[in-house]
Ligand binder design. Sequence first.
Ligand SMILES: [Zn+2]
Length: 138
Amino acid sequence: MKIRRTQVEALLAHARSGYPFEVCGVLLGRDATVEKAQAVLNRETESPRVRYQIAPEDLLQIQRESRDEGLEIVGFYHSHPDHPARPSETDRRIAAGGLSDGVLHVVVGVEKGERATPTAWIFRDATQAFDEEPFEVE
Ligand SMILES: [Zn+2]
C-alpha cells in the first residue's frame, strides 16, 4: 500500500486536532495507491473517545463525489487517542461483522494530542484478523 505524503500529513493533522476524541475518514485511491484521505465526521455520540462511526449517507456522498475524480474507496482511517496504533478487538469484531475482506485500515495512535503514529492493516475474512501492511509514503 502506497500513500501520498500530503495525504499522510493531512490524516495525522486530523488525528492530532481531534484529540482526545477519535477521528475518522475514508481512503480513496486507484490501484494500490491512496491518493486522498478524506476526513469524515465521527458520528459516535456515546463514547467518541474510544469509538468511531461513519454514517452510511456520508459514505455514499463521498463515493459519488470521488467517482467523478476516478477514485474509489479503498479503506478507512481512524485514530486511537492514547492507545496503541493497531486495531483494537472492537475494530476486529466490527470488521468481521461486515464486508471487509481486503479492506485497508489505517490506525493512527495519538499520544497526548501530539505524537501521531500511523500503521496500516488489511482485514482478511479467511483468518478473521488484520494483517499488518507496509506503510509506504511517496
Ligand atoms: Zn480502533
